[in-house]
Design a protein around this ligand. Structure first.
Ligand code: NDP
Length: 250
């Protein structure tokens, strides 16, 4: 890791992961309809919020990536492709597919933009400037293991979000989801997201990737527990064997 400001940005992301985890044990972030409440200031339609807060994760990442000396190397380009596969979907596809009339506090949106800029800087600068990824990295087991985790997590995340969307085909409101990862846990979309970024951390074998994976756990694990509690309180016939986030365990 280079000396200077970059190192402090990575440390900042690690500290943010710890602070986020502790804070979310006490407060459920109100960015979705189910956990939305008043008292968080002005709001925007959730669809708008998702586009505005996630677009920097794709666009700023690309801009930061292009500053790097290794921007034309094969392995960094592959990492760029992986990142964009997730964030183009999240920022420019998912918001247009979502069936939600919920609203998002502007404050939550602004905080997410700040995080996404920090995270984009930390990860993009690592893969195209400070990290060392010769072509021989393509034969390293860490690269392939991470890639498989990333792809599996991505499929679980997108597939679970699709199952949730189908629940709204017949109208608004909330229903009990079945099938896919919902057989085992209440928030397989979050589990997929966590597996994805753990795969990224392993494939890039970097503290930058580790910081993002830890932040994802810090953000989504408490929320998965809150979702699970909400399902159990809302639906008396909720499948009792289903766990919150990790099959058979949590
Ligand atoms: P949720 O699972 O809470 O909701 C996803 C969508 O499905 C919303 O439109 C919601 O509607 C709808 N929905 C949820 N449950 C039901 C149900 N039982 N019946 C009908 N509709 C339902 O996910 P989030 O909004 O928290 O997150 C969305 C995506 O963003 C996920 O893929 C998640 O992994 C990702 N994400 C990633 C983060 C990270 O740190 N990397 C942080 C946050 C999210 P409504 O809005 O009306 O509740």
């Amino acid at each position: 890791m280079p000396e200077g400001p970059y190192r402090w940005f990575v440390v900042a992301e690690l500290v943010l992961a710890a602070v986020t985890f502790v804070a979310l044990l006490f407060v459920v972030a109100p960015y979705g309809g189910r956990h939305g409440r008043s008292g968080w200031g002005p709001t925007v339609p959730a669809r708008v919020g998702w586009i505005v807060m996630e677009a920097p994760a794709s666009l700023a990442f690309l801009a930061f990536y292009l500053l790097g000396a290794h921007r034309a190397d094969v392995v960094p380009l592959l990492f760029l492709l992986l990142w964009q596969a997730h964030y183009v979907q999240r920022a420019f596809v998912y918001p247009f597919l979502m069936r939600s009339g919920s609203r998002m506090p502007v404050l939550v949106m602004l905080l997410a933009i700040l995080f996404n800029l920090l995270n984009a800087w930390v990860n993009a600068r690592w893969i195209s400037e400070y990290g060392d990824y010769p072509s021989s990295w393509l034969t390293d087991a860490r690269f392939w293991f991470g890639l498989v985790l990333f792809a599996g997590g991505y499929a679980l995340n997108v597939g679970s979000d699709r199952i949730l969307r189908r629940l709204r085909k017949g109208g608004t409101g909330y229903r009990v989801p079945y099938g896919g990862g919902f057989r085992y846990v209440s928030s397989p979309n979050y589990l997929g997201e966590i597996v994805e970024w753990t795969g990224w951390a392993i494939a890039t074998w970097s503290v930058a990737g580790l910081a993002f994976a830890l932040y994802t756990v810090a953000n989504l694990a408490p929320r998965a527990v809150a979702n699970h509690r909400w399902y159990r309180e809302t639906f008396p016939d909720y499948p009792p064997e289903r766990r919150a986030l990790v099959p058979y365990i949590i």
